[in-house]
Design a protein around this ligand. Structure first.
Ligand SMILES: [Zn+2]
Length: 239
């Protein structure tokens, strides 16, 4: 943690890239671990665009449970530490793969949501957008045209939001230090971002439980709890 604090002091402010691992300490299961969401549920049946188009009610029945879980979860020490690091000028922005809104709820201001979020749902037929709250469930419909709404999260088989990708790449290129937290860096294009930082002359550090796909290229790697590691870094940066 001392070394990470030193890196942030020397090369910061940093851009942070977070994945599911930052939210597991809030009780939100990740996707691919043995206890993850896709351990019992086939993502192609409940998380793909094709499944949604074929049977939106079935996919919404799955999302209703997820949305309840996500809105009921609280930000953890890692979310709060990142918000505080931004507040103190050590972090420029958080780029996240998570849809749970926990960074924003913890107080982070610059948040780039690569996979969308559960904040809104929109109508594919007329383009209208609606706040996604539980009153719309079980089958949210557009109040303008009556079509079934789709949550503004990225499904399998769907492109990532262009503006978010462009912003994420711009941030990755523009920083001397990218800090990866809670991602195994296995999903593209998110896994490209640390390499983009390196190509632009910077480096990256990783805080994650377990190995990642880019461990060999990282300047520093901390294997452990994101909340504990970032809390300790915050203390180090104060001294
Ligand atoms: Zn509509």
């Amino acid at each position: 943690m001392e070394r990470l604090a030193e890196l942030i002091r020397d090369r910061g402010p940093c851009v942070v890239l977070t994945g599911a691992g930052v939210s597991t300490e809030s009780g939100i299961p990740d996707f691919r671990s043995p206890t993850g969401i896709w351990a019992d549920i086939d993502p192609m049946e409940y998380g793909s665009l094709r499944a949604f188009q074929a049977d939106p009610e079935k996919v919404w029945s799955f999302y209703a449970g997820r949305i309840g879980l996500l809105t009921g979860a609280e930000p953890n020490d890692a979310h709060y530490a990142l918000a505080e690091l931004e507040h103190r000028g050590h972090v420029t922005a958080v780029v996240t793969q998570n849809i749970d809104l926990l960074h924003t709820r913890a107080g982070s201001r610059e948040v780039v949501e690569m996979h969308g979020s559960i904040r809104t749902a929109s109508c594919a037929a007329c383009g209208a957008s609606f706040p996604l709250d539980e009153s719309l469930l079980p089958l949210p419909r557009c109040s303008d045209c009556g079509a079934v709404l789709k949550p503004d999260v990225v499904f399998f088989g769907e492109l990532l939001p262009r503006a978010a990708i462009d912003r994420a790449y711009e941030l990755a290129r523009g920083t001397q230090l990218l800090l990866v937290v809670g991602s195994a860096l296995e999903v593209y294009p998110v896994a490209e971002l640390p390499l983009e930082t390196v190509r632009a002359g910077g480096s990256f550090a990783i805080v994650n439980r377990g190995p990642t796909a880019l461990d060999d290229a990282a300047e520093l790697r901390i294997d452990g709890s994101a909340g504990e590691a970032l809390g300790a870094v915050l203390v180090q940066l104060e001294s």
